[in-house]
Design a binder for this molecule. Structure first.
Ligand code: C2E
Ligand code: MG
Ligand code: MG
Ligand code: MG
Length: 265
């Protein structure tokens, strides 16, 4: 499988899909997260959760990350030309942060494609933020260059609070597992409310991921969550479908938030 992954990457056989993230207050499109897809000719779709770790273990991840960044930045330019003004999020592996020249490389890519660095956010999974030797340095360099940094899957790692204190993040993404039963679980409500407050106290934006129902959206809006992402708003989309989605979404948003407004009123 490793050989096949390598060959697929070299031959341009991987692709990116893009999941919108919207402002919880007014529903506007704020950001689009790039997610890699591998459609295997015999095995069908292989989820990133299976092949990303493989790429990390076998030295393929830096090439994969650079391909993803370049592809997503090019796509951003096309959307921009089509009148869609959004920022971009790309997932990166903690391993890549060991290279101290990675921030320079990303900055050069942005410049080559005329994407302002402050339109790019790198998402780093909490579980992957074991203290690496150069991580602090690399993340700081990114921030100095104007990029955003999101702590992804917050709540799933073993030392999230320590990482928040130490590392220069600009955003937290609350993991889907705290959102799934938000409507019925008092515990999850307590945790999510506290995380939102914690984030705001530290001047960080907070995103809820995995939002699937209008009820969850209503609760998160009432709690002051900044950004929303999940199947309720959009599944990950093909690049060419984003503009049409954005138009449909504007109308749909008004319908989505009506029930929670009635509850409040
Ligand atoms: P992630 O960055 O936390 O991405 C969110 C995952 O949740 C995505 O799965 C997305 O399709 C899924 N998702 C989004 N909304 C919902 C929802 O409402 N309900 C449910 N059940 N799922 C939802 P995906 O695409 O399979 O990606 C899994 C993970 O693989 C990502 O988690 C990310 O950590 C990693 N990944 C994906 N693309 C890349 C990449 O280009 N580079 C690296 N290093 N990692 C990547
Ligand atoms: Mg992510
Ligand atoms: Mg996530
Ligand atoms: Mg996740």
């Amino acid at each position: 499988m490793l050989d096949e992954l390598e060959r697929t990457l070299r031959q341009g056989g991987l692709r990116l899909v893009y999941q919108p993230k919207v402002d919880a207050v007014d529903g506007s499109l704020v950001r689009v997260e790039a997610l890699v897809r591998w459609a295997h000719s015999e095995l069908g779709a292989i989820p990133p959760a299976r092949f990303i770790p493989l790429a990390e273990e076998h030295g393929l991840i830096d090439d994969l990350t650079q391909w993803a960044l370049r592809t997503a930045l090019r796509q951003w330019r096309e959307w921009k030309a089509a009148g869609l003004d959004t920022s971009l999020a790309v997932n990166i592996s903690a391993i890549s942060l060991e290279q101290l020249d990675f921030p320079d490389l990303v900055e050069r890519m942005c410049r080559a494609l005329s994407v302002p660095t402050d339109r790019l956010v790198l998402e780093l999974t909490e579980g992957a933020t074991q203290p690496l030797i150069n991580m602090m340095d690399t993340l700081t360099r990114f921030r100095i260059k104007g990029l955003g940094l999101a702590l992804d899957d917050f709540g799933t790692g073993y030392s999230g609070l320590m990482q928040l204190r130490r590392l220069p993040f600009s955003e937290i993404k609350i993991d889907r597992q705290f959102i799934t039963e938000l409507t019925t679980s008092r515990d999850d409500q307590v945790i999510v409310r506290a995380v939102i407050e914690l984030a705001h106290g530290l001047d960080l934006k907070v995103t809820a991921e995995g939002v699937e129902t209008a009820e969850q959206l209503g609760i998160l809006r009432a709690m002051g969550c900044d950004l929303i992402q999940g199947y309720l708003l959009a599944h990950p989309l093909e690049a060419g479908d984003l503009v049409a989605w954005a138009i449909r979404h504007k109308r749909r948003w008004k319908l989505l938030i009506r029930p929670s407004d009635e509850q409040q009123g």
